[in-house]
Design a protein around this ligand. Structure first.
Ligand code: HEC
Length: 174
């Protein structure tokens, strides 16, 4: 009896230790401002993150899933001249989209966004780590509950709030 409790405690402590062993290097990587990436490295790193993380929802062709995941290909926010809103959305999330502010460094967010802004049919300018830093600092303490602005809804798609009722879901082709 006592033995099995002890064994469980030991098991729990080793799991905690393992978690810390994995998490600490991950966190310190994210915090490292690292050496600035070249334009090529930015695209490479950005694509690597896109195709391991964002792809789950926004899909390999960047077109998302109609009525659920907004497209980033020709995406309203992704292609704005001023990347502030794009940076803000990826840092702090929106609706069903997770926030990435504690997952990625300024360099990494800049790389992901730069990749997306030049992928598929997109043709927008690169994003710098300094721009990401500025948005992060300006909004870091703000609890974000930002509704999707109507103007940002791609043509042919209904508003995310209406999408919560599956019977109102629409596809761009419909
Ligand atoms: C778990 C699914 C999921 C993942 C992973 C995800 N997103 Fe999203 N994303 C969403 C959803 C859902 C929305 C729509 C949010 C809403 O309802 O307003 C969205 C919206 C967006 C928008 C706003 C598009 C627009 O034009 O309004 C951007 C930009 C975006 N995501 C970028 C990203 C990036 C970059 C990544 C990877 C780092 C990512 N997302 C990962 C689900 C996801």
């Amino acid at each position: 009896m006592f033995q099995s409790v002890k064994a469980r405690i030991i098991a729990l402590i080793s799991v905690m230790g393992l978690t810390a062993a994995i998490a600490v290097p991950l966190l310190s990587n994210a915090q490292d401002a690292a050496t600035p990436m070249t334009a090529e490295e930015q695209i490479e790193r950005g694509a690597a993150i896109y195709y391991s993380v964002c792809v789950a929802c926004h899909q390999a062709d960047g077109n998302g899933v109609p009525g659920i995941y907004l497209p980033l290909n020709k995406g309203a926010i992704a292609n704005l001249d001023d990347p502030t809103l794009f940076i803000y959305t990826v840092l702090y999330g929106r609706g069903g989209m997770p926030r990435f502010n504690t997952t990625y460094s300024d360099e990494e967010i800049a790389a992901i966004l730069t990749y997306i802004r030049q992928a598929w049919e997109n043709d927008a300018g690169a994003v710098t780590p300094e721009e990401v830093k500025a948005v992060r600092e300006a909004y870091s303490a703000t609890p974000i509950v930002s509704p999707t602005p109507d103007a940002q809804i791609p043509e042919g798609q209904n508003h995310p709030e209406e999408r919560q009722d599956p019977s109102k879901a629409s596809t761009p082709d419909a």
